[in-house]
Design a binder for this molecule. Structure first.
Ligand code: 13P
Length: 242
């Protein structure tokens, strides 16, 4: 079954969330979750049936004098199943480096959460032919912290930086090539590659979702802007039904 996860990013209000959630309905044959800003985890304790919950970041530390941080066990207490780590916005704007992303993934797993580990290249890196070397570096740092057995328990999200919020999704051929490359990379390092769900993220909309979800090795999507519009998000969820 595919996984469609909405990443609300830093959007929403109590009223706007209520309206959005009111437009979501259970879809069978696909797993659906929303990753919301921390304060709204409380509001999301009541949510449509079948809708899973996640956060967008987590501390690498478990407790203590870390002002402003939120621990994985706190997220677990609020019913989170997922937490995004290593989103390109956090890497670019908040200095989350490869090793930090690995430690955040570990702290999530230790609290029983499933980290959605994001990887992806910039346009300059793609044009320089460095896609798999960049992904290998990002994944390698996570492998180093988690080891192969635990890396087999994460969800990966391939999010090319140039496709995020740009309206320009990667093509089906580009997505297929990279997802196959990730699967091979994992298998070559002793990770149970077929157990790892690999999502695609970057300008997934209602009108291109079916084409992307049909690509081999695409196990779902991580949806930004379109997850804030109930009919769009619902259409994407329906496109992911096998
Ligand atoms: P968009 O769907 O808005 O391009 O964002 C993708 C993303 O960053 C999801 O994490």
């Amino acid at each position: 079954m595919k996984l469609v996860a909405g990443n609300w990013k830093m959007n929403g209000s109590l009223a706007a969330n209520r309206a959005l959630l009111g437009g979501l309905a259970e879809v069978s044959g696909v797993e659906v979750a929303v990753c919301v800003p921390y304060p709204y985890l409380a509001q999301l304790q009541e949510r449509p049936a079948g809708l899973g919950l996640g956060a967008q970041d987590v501390s690498e530390y478990s407790a203590g004098a870390y002002t402003g941080e939120v621990s994985a066990s706190m997220l677990a207490e609020f019913g989170c199943r997922y937490v995004i780590v290593g989103h390109s916005e956090r890497r670019a704007l908040f200095a989350d480096d490869d090793a930090t992303v690995g430690r955040k993934a570990l702290s999530a797993l230790q609290a029983g959460l499933v980290p959605i580990v994001c990887v992806g290249e910039t346009l300059a890196e793609r044009e320089a032919g460095q896609v798999m070397s960049v992904l290998g570096r990002q994944l390698g740092a996570v492998l180093e912290v988690l080891g192969a057995a635990q890396l087999g328990r994460v969800v990966l999200a391939y999010e090319p930086v140039w496709a995020i919020g740009s309206g320009r999704s990667a093509s089906a051929a580009q997505v297929g090539e990279v997802h196959a490359g990730i699967r091979d990379w994992l298998g070559a390092r002793g990770v149970a590659a077929n157990a790892v769900r690999i999502l695609y993220g970057g300008s997934v909309k209602a009108d291109n979702a079916a084409e992307i979800f049909a690509v081999r090795h695409v196990d779902g999507g991580l949806i930004g802007g379109a997850s804030l519009i109930a009919p769009e998000f619902m259409a994407i969820c329906h496109a992911a039904v096998a």
